[in-house]
Design a protein around this ligand. Sequence first.
Ligand code: KG4
Ligand code: ZN
Length: 352
Amino acid sequence: MLVLGIESSCDETAAAVVEGGVRVRSSVIATQHDLHAEYGGVVPEIASRAHEERVLPVVRRAVREAGIELADLSAVAVGHRPGLVGSLLVGLSAAKALSWSLGVPLIGVDHVHAHLYAAALDAEPIPFPALGLVVSGGHTTLYAVRSPADLSRLGGTIDDAAGEAYDKVAAIMGLGHPGGPLVDALATQPGADEHAFDFPIGLVQKGNLNFSFSGVKTAVLYAVRGRPAPPPLPGREPIVVPPAPPLTDARKRDVAASFQRAVCTALVRKAEAAWDAHGPFRSLVVGGGVSANSRLRRDMQTLADRLGAPLRVAPMKYCVDNAAMIAGLGSVLLAEGRRDDLTLAAVPTTAC
Ligand code: KG4
Ligand code: ZN
């Protein structure tokens, strides 16, 4: 069974062919990072136009690199939620046209759930039930995963996603976009002191499974640019707040390492709390762009060892947005009898 996957939810145009739901025959990703870098974030209209230009060449290349013809496909899977609607529509329209003209099923896939499925690509089956953690630019969510397509949400961020916080911290330090890999690289430079700053670990004292990353982001802003002076009180001298020390390379390294410690600590503690509260689970599965983070991968392995369960995290090339995860999860849904039709809609939010 060969399934073509198409992904266009944000700023990567991707297509892939997956065999039997697991073996990745091809995975092509055209990133748009260069188009959005000067704006410090993804500009939706620019993203949609770039998808429009790239989607057919990317599909053609995925089919060619898989060594197959379009006529060999059993189905077309497409990420149809969540994402930027204008971007989703481009991939969705291409997928509908292909499925209709080839006479094969169309299957809509939830992009966030597909991030967890990425851990099953080119790998052994994931032992279920699993505790799932998706950490991406748009989502930070814990799931009880009974099977690849049967998930329930246990908790998630109440403000920024972890990846979004990484990107904003990189912007505050003037590092570039996307910021996650740049902050990760700084944080792991020799001499970086992860205890230099005592940044807040969001919601860690609360007995729930939610995350908050806006506090640590603001704390980084103050560490880099200084605290704003409080408004002067009538009849009192204005309070003079000392400026932040110069942002030397050493200070940047320390900010990055301390920020990374705060984010990873929150992710690990809440994952452990979810494991205790909602288990038993047979594995810990982590996916999404931030699962490429060097410290998070190490810390999650330490947690899995402590829990005595296998850690399943996607190979690096399937952590960030890709279409192999879409084709893979689409194959599972196809085998379960799922079929969508040409009324399949682009939806900005995840299913759960
Ligand atoms: O999953 P993804 O490609 O897109 C969404 O579905 O959002 O995730 C992108 C996010 C970006 O915020 C990026 O900065 C972050 O993943 N990211 C990382 C690393 N690599 C990518 N964050 C931390 N450390 C990394 N090594
Ligand atoms: Zn994603």
